[in-house]
Every structure is written in C-alpha cells, then in structure tokens.
Design a protein around this ligand. Structure first.
Ligand SMILES: Cc1cc2nc3c(=O)[nH]c(=O)nc-3n(C[C@H](O)[C@H](O)[C@H](O)COP(=O)(O)OP(=O)(O)OC[C@H]3O[C@@H](n4cnc5c(N)ncnc54)[C@H](O)[C@@H]3O)c2cc1C
Length: 385
C-alpha cells in the first residue's frame, strides 16, 4: 500500500489548485483521477476559452444553503491572485464583460499551467476511487488501481452535471460515509424547457430581463426549440423556480405607452411592422399573429394585452423544466457546508478530511465564479491538508 502525506481525489480545477499549494509546502501528494486526462471541465470551459475568474467574486454571487461559507476562501484567494497566477504562466487574460476574464491563450493553456504547478506530485489517471475509510490514524483510499494510504485526503470530485466529460458522485458518497449531510442535487446554469414560446423563435437572441423571486437578471436570452437558453436563462436556473418566472423582452420600454404613441403617430402600420422597431422581426410577427389590422384600429385593452405579452410574460412553475444534467454547467446542492470549516475546508466531523470545489453545496453565478471558487477553495484546502 503506497503511503502519501496527502491524497487528492479529483484532478479537476480544485484538486490541481490544492495539489500545487500542498506540493509547495513540501507535502508528498498523489492526485487520483478516474479519467484518462486531467481537468476535462477546465478544457471545455468558456467554450474552450476558459472564463477563469471574475473581479466581482464575492459571496453574493454564490448559491447554496449557506453562501456566506465562501467568504473565508475568497478572502484568502482574490481574483487578482488568479490574474497574477495567469501572468506568471503567460496566459493572456482578456476581459470580455467588465471584470470577466477569459484565457485568450485557450483553456488548454490553463490546464498546462495547472499541470506545471504539480510537477512533483504523483498524478495517477484512470484511477477510479471507490471508497475511503479511516480505520485508525491514516486514511485508506480504495481504487481500481489498488489501495493508497495518507495522513490527509482532499475530496475534489466536482459536480455530477455534464456526464459526457466523466463525472461521479463518489465525493458525495464518501462525505455521507463520514457523517456529512448531502443537500439534494439538481442541474443549474442550464437552459429551461417551457411551452411559453413558439419553437419558430429558435435561434433568436435579445437582451431581456427575468424576475425570479427577488432576483432581477438582465442579460442575453436565447430562444431554443424547447424554451429558453443563453446567459439570462442559465443564470435564472440557479434560483428556485417554485413561484414561476416573469420575462420582459423589452426591459427599457413601457410597451403599452410606446404603442399608444405609435397609434397616434404611425397608426397606418400593422402590429407586426410596428413591433419590429423594438423587437426582432420573428418575435414581432409571432406576437402579432394573424392580425393584420392597422395599429390605429387596436383598442386600448388590446394594446395592453399585446404589451403584457412583451413586458410581463409569466411562466408558472409547472411550465418550467430545467433542461437536465446532460448540458448543465454546474449542480446546485452537494456536501453541506454546515460541518466544514470555511477557514480550512476541513471536515468538522473527521480531522484530516478536506473538501474543495463543486462537490460542496456551493454554485457560482455564470461568469467565471465557479472556477474562481474551485481555485480558491482548492488552494485553501492545499494550505491546510
Ligand atoms: C461545459 C462547461 C463549461 C464551463 N465553463 C465554465 C467557465 O467558463 N467558467 C467557470 O467558472 N466555470 C465553468 N464551468 C464550471 C466549472 O468547470 C466547474 O465548476 C469546475 O470545473 C469545478 O471544479 P472541481 O475541481 O470542483 O470539479 P471538476 O473540474 O469537475 O473535477 C472533478 C474531477 O474529479 C474526478 N473524479 C470524479 N469522480 C472520481 C472518482 N470516483 N475517482 C477518481 N476521480 C474522480 C473527475 O474525473 C474530475 O477530473 C463549466 C462547466 C462545464 C460543464
């Protein structure tokens, strides 16, 4: 049985970040991953350009039963620390939206940098972990390639979404076996299936506003064959949809007021042509339907009804379905943070057992917040394991 100081389960973003720090502390580290290549989600991230951090990374951009949990790690590892790290590795960082950083050198440059930082660790791929126990003072990790022992273990097995990249729920099972609670898991940062829109609209995107609970999201919305996608829908999928959602397709315009003005000034236009001034043509036609009357002939109640189909679209909970684990970027839920130290990432139930990254009940907003969480929580675990 090979013995290490630290065994890290999962060579993803969090596991590799943890390994680099543990290695720098002189710890003998093995990273075990079931895949044939490490950091596959990092490679796929940001459409291959890896949105690796966001200057706005602070607790309000995170979700979970206790989003405050992220404060400890985020105070230790800032977005600037990650930008400095990228610079050291000659990764060209480009700012897409304000504060949202991608790798202009591509996602694989980020993976190469992560691997350079762990050159003294044993990275063991095709090594699926099936169980971890602590019969006495050391951890015993059982894998398809045999058994390993270590003083500390960091569980960094990620979430179970996007299974085509190779995922497992072993982190949750191991956590449970040590007495940790698992917050129920569901897909997040994903498209939303709904019958509220016609499939004829598929492919159109526009700036829209989604109100969900107390949250107001203004971002690009993409119509799909089954409902809505794009950043606005992805971000909405992080929230509880039990009370339904409101969508405004024209957030800066009081459409009823605007249509009344059009009725006065351009009353001979039909509704589809009128709406085309503020909406993409296919949406304008879909809303006008078969009605070819001039707008001058519309009663005020009809104008209000049309405006509501633009400014106040309500989709009830029973017509909202998250579009599934297959395409979700992250999961909501995971190992409850109740019994994890936010300062060290160590279990409060078993000393020497650490958790980092998406395996925990923490999901970040769209925009680089999930990878930032993986780096920050991974580094903190690596400092303490
Ligand atoms: C398509 C896609 C695009 C994304 N784009 C972005 C983006 O641009 N920016 C952003 O911030 N976030 C993005 N995310 C989310 C982000 O990639 C994840 O939140 C992040 O990778 C989580 O890091 P992690 O280390 O916790 O888990 P992962 O990176 O998922 O790593 C977990 C590792 O554990 C290993 N593992 C699992 N089970 C076992 C086992 N039984 N034995 C051994 N090893 C095991 C897996 O093989 C994997 O390598 C994206 C996600 C997806 C799916």
């Amino acid at each position: 049985m090979k013995k290490y100081d630290v065994i890290i389960v999962g060579a993803g973003a969090a596991g590799l970040a943890a390994a680099a720090v543990a290695q720098a502390r002189g710890r003998r580290v093995a990273i075990l991953d079931m895949g044939s290549t490490p950091a596959r989600k990092v490679s796929a991230s940001g459409g291959g350009r890896c949105n690796f951090t966001n200057m706005a990374a602070e607790y309000s951009r995170y979700f979970g039963q206790n989003p405050n949990f992220v404060r400890g790690a985020l105070s230790r590892v800032s977005p600037n620390d990650i930008l400095d790290w990228a610079k050291v590795h000659n990764i060209a960082a480009t700012e897409k939206a304000k504060g949202q950083y991608f790798s202009a050198s591509g996602a694989d440059a980020v993976v190469s940098a992560l691997l350079r930082d762990i050159n003294k660790c044993d990275l063991i791929t095709n090594c699926s972990v099936s169980n971890i126990s602590k019969p006495d003072d050391v951890f015993v990790t059982e894998t398809g390639l045999g058994t390993f022992s270590s003083d500390s273990v960091i569980i960094a097995t990620g979430g179970t979404s996007f299974p085509v990249l190779g995922v497992s729920d072993i982190g949750h099972k191991i956590a449970k076996s040590f007495g940790h609670k698992i917050v129920p898991i569901r897909p997040a940062l994903c498209a939303i299936a709904t019958s509220a829109f016609s499939s004829e609209l598929a492919g159109i995107s526009l700036n829209a506003q989604i109100k969900i609970g107390r949250a107001i999201i203004t971002d690009s919305l993409l119509f799909t064959h089954f409902g809505i996608g794009g950043p606005a829908a992805y971000r909405a999928s992080l929230y509880d949809t039990a009370d339904g959602i409101y969508i405004d397709l024209c957030p800066n315009t009081d459409v009823a007021q605007w249509l009344r003005t059009q009725k006065q000034t351009a009353g001979r236009k039909n509704m589809a042509n009128t709406l085309n001034a503020i909406l993409p043509v296919r949406i304008a036609k879909w809303i006008a339907g078969a009605d070819t009357r001039n707008i001058a002939d519309f009663k005020d109640t009809e104008i209000i009804a049309i405006a509501n189909r633009i400014n106040k679209i309500f989709i009830p909970a029973n017509d909202i379905k998250l579009h599934g684990m297959q395409s979700a970027e992250v999961i909501r839920g995971g190992v409850s943070t109740d019994t994890i130290s936010s300062k060290t990432m160590e279990s409060k139930l078993c000393s020497g057992l650490f958790f980092a990254g998406e395996v925990l009940d923490i999901a970040g907003d769209l925009g680089g917040f999930n990878l930032h969480w993986a780096w920050a929580s991974g580094r903190v675990a690596g400092e303490n394991a």
